[in-house]
Write a protein that binds this ligand. Structure first.
Ligand SMILES: *[C@@H]1O[C@H](CO)[C@@H](O)[C@H](O)[C@H]1NC(C)=O
Ligand SMILES: [Zn+2]
Length: 318
């Protein structure tokens, strides 16, 4: 009897030790975030940072400046295929391979401090009832926001660039859902057409055929943009990104955008509304480069005078 009790006690002790050694708290890695609260419950720099993204841009408060345009280099050289497109549980991203010449497409100009090579393209979207762009202009959101992520060429890796001020440059392109069936962006169709095969998180597909990175920009007018210093818009929200946000918007078929709304996250919930709340600007300068159509060469009073004059002439000849 005593031996049994002793054995029982021994087993109990072992169980307690075993339980103590197996912590139930799961480590919260950067890959386990979700958009249930549009990022309001994210930690660390996402919570404490002072130059976070995205932001709402008030056009009246932007500093108009003579900024050079963005130069796109080797965006018009075919990419090596296959190209991998992945549902990573919080977005869909396309890895950008080298061009057939063995280099990465890259950009410079704007307020960028050097050459930045293209790393990946991903998207932020809404749902049936919500527009899903991350940035907004004068509180206006758009249906989808495409991010083309670039890293400074002199940083060895993306991981290294994420730790250095000015290490990354993101180009933001707004997409608008159009009921016009002629609205096509050939390069984006390559991605949209794969979405039904990417419903599950961690699924991926390969795209073959000839693709130029410039194809995903369609006929976007890249002359006009806003630019500011901000952060990654996903954990760990590193404050290392120069954003360039084009004011021109790409029209794409609504039926294509709807395909995003069927994707699933790692909890098997619908992966929708994967955009973060607006973050405080905290006095950061926002710069604006005006495109051709917005450069006012004539004073307004002069234009008004011309208008009155032409109206008078028309009346005279009636
Ligand atoms: C970003 O920050 C750097 C260094 O603080 C500054 O030189 C640069 O002008 C800033 N760029 C923009 C677009 O605000
Ligand atoms: Zn993004």
């Amino acid at each position: 009897m005593k031996l049994v009790q002793l054995l029982g006690f021994y087993v109990l002790c072992l169980t307690l030790v075993a339980c103590k050694k197996k912590p139930e708290i799961k480590q919260r890695g950067p890959h386990e975030f979700n958009y249930d609260n549009q990022g309001a419950d994210w930690h660390d720099a996402c919570h404490n940072g002072r130059r976070q993204s995205p932001i709402n841009i008030d056009s009246e408060q932007a500093t108009k400046d003579s900024i050079s345009p963005i130069n796109f280099v080797s965006y018009d050289v075919p990419l090596k295929t296959p190209i991998k497109v992945t549902n990573n549980g919080h977005s869909v991203y396309m890895h950008i391979p080298d061009t057939i010449n063995g280099e990465k497409p890259y950009i410079n100009g704007g307020m960028l401090t050097g050459d930045f090579e293209a790393i990946e393209v991903h998207f932020h979207w809404g749902s049936v009832s919500r527009k899903g762009s991350e940035h907004a202009i004068n509180r206006e959101r758009f249906d989808v926001e495409m991010h083309i992520v670039h890293k400074r060429t002199d940083f060895y890796s993306v991981a290294a660039a994420k730790l250095k001020d000015g290490g990354l440059a993101v180009l933001c392109i707004f997409l608008r859902a159009s009921s016009d069936t002629d609205s096509e962006v050939y390069g984006l169709n390559n991605i949209f057409n794969q979405l039904p095969r990417l419903l599950k998180p961690n699924s991926f597909v390969s795209i073959f055929g000839e693709l130029y990175l410039k194809d995903i920009l369609g006929n976007l007018d890249t002359d006009e943009f806003y630019t500011y210093n901000g952060s990654l818009t996903t954990p760990t929200c590193n404050e290392v990104v120069t954003f360039t946000i084009f004011t021109d918007v790409l029209d794409v078929k609504r039926t294509h955008i709807e395909k995003f709304w069927a994707l699933r996250d790692s909890r098997n919930k619908l992966l929708i509304n994967n955009y973060r709340n607006f973050m405080p600007i905290n006095g950061r300068p926002i710069y604006f480069r005006a495109g051709q159509q917005n450069i006012q060469t004539m004073p307004k009073s002069y234009l008004a005078m011309l208008l009155i004059l032409s109206k008078t002439i028309i009346r005279f000849y009636k």
